[in-house]
Design a protein around this ligand. Structure first.
Ligand SMILES: CC(C)(COP(=O)(O)OP(=O)(O)OC[C@H]1O[C@@H](n2cnc3c(N)ncnc32)[C@H](O)[C@@H]1OP(=O)(O)O)[C@@H](O)C(=O)NCCC(=O)NCCS
Length: 150
C-alpha cells in the first residue's frame, strides 16, 4: 500500500490503538491497561501501521526470553484499510524484529472461524499444532499455530 509506514507504537498512541482493538474485536477486545502494559514492556514488540499520519492497524508480540519464543498477541487492521497488504506488512516487520532479537519460533492463537487470519498465517507458512477447545468461549475453538523463524 502506497505511503504505508510501520513504526514502534508509543504510550501516546494508546487511545487510538484501543479504539482499533475495540473495532476489530467488539466482543473480546484486550482491556486498555493490558495494551498499555504491552506498549511499555521491555520484551514486547509493538508496531503500528500509519498512512498519512493516521494509525490504521497494529501488531504486538512478546518475546519469552529464556525460550527464544515470540508470541503474537494481536494483529488488527481497521476495516476500511483491509485487503491492501497492511497485515502482511505488519507481520513481516514483527517477524523481522523477532529474528533480530534472537527469536527462533513464532507462536500465535487464532479463532478457528477466522478465515481471513487463517489464510494470512497459512500464506506466511504458519502451521497448526493444536486445537484449543472453547478457547474463545463456549463452542469457539482456537487454533495454535507456529512457525520456525530460523
Ligand atoms: C485478519 C486481518 C488482520 C487481515 O488484515 P489485512 O490487512 O486485510 O490483510 P492483508 O491485506 O495483509 O492480507 C494478506 C492475506 O491474508 C488473507 N486474507 C486477508 N483478509 C482476508 C479475507 N477477508 N478473506 C480471505 N483471506 C484473507 C489473504 O491470503 C491475503 O492475501 P491476498 O490479499 O493476496 O489474497 C484483518 O482482517 C483484521 O484486522 N481482522 C480483525 C482482527 C483479527 O481477526 N485479527 C487477527 C487475529 S489472530
Amino acid at each position: 500500500m502506497d505511503g504505508l509506514v510501520i513504526e514502534r507504537a508509543k504510550k501516546e498512541d494508546l487511545n487510538t490503538l484501543y479504539q482499533i482493538e475495540k473495532e476489530c474485536f467488539p466482543q473480546n477486545s484486550f482491556p486498555k491497561p493490558f495494551l498499555k502494559f504491552l506498549i511499555i514492556q521491555h520484551n514486547s514488540v509493538f508496531l503500528k501501521a500509519k498512512i498519512r499520519d493516521e494509525v490504521i492497524g497494529f501488531i504486538v508480540g512478546i518475546i519469552q526470553v529464556p525460550y527464544s519464543v515470540g508470541r503474537i498477541y494481536s494483529l488488527d487492521v481497521k476495516p476500511d484499510f483491509r485487503r491492501k497488504g497492511v497485515a502482511a506488512s505488519l507481520l513481516q516487520a514483527l517477524e523481522n524484529e523477532f529474528k533480530q532479537k534472537g527469536v527462533n519460533v513464532s507462536l500465535l492463537e487464532v479463532d478457528a472461524t477466522n478465515t481471513a487470519a487463517l489464510n494470512l498465517y497459512q500464506k506466511f507458512s504458519y502451521r497448526p499444532i493444536r486445537v484449543l477447545k472453547n478457547y474463545y468461549g463456549k463452542q469457539r475453538d482456537g487454533i495454535k499455530m507456529t512457525k520456525n523463524l530460523i
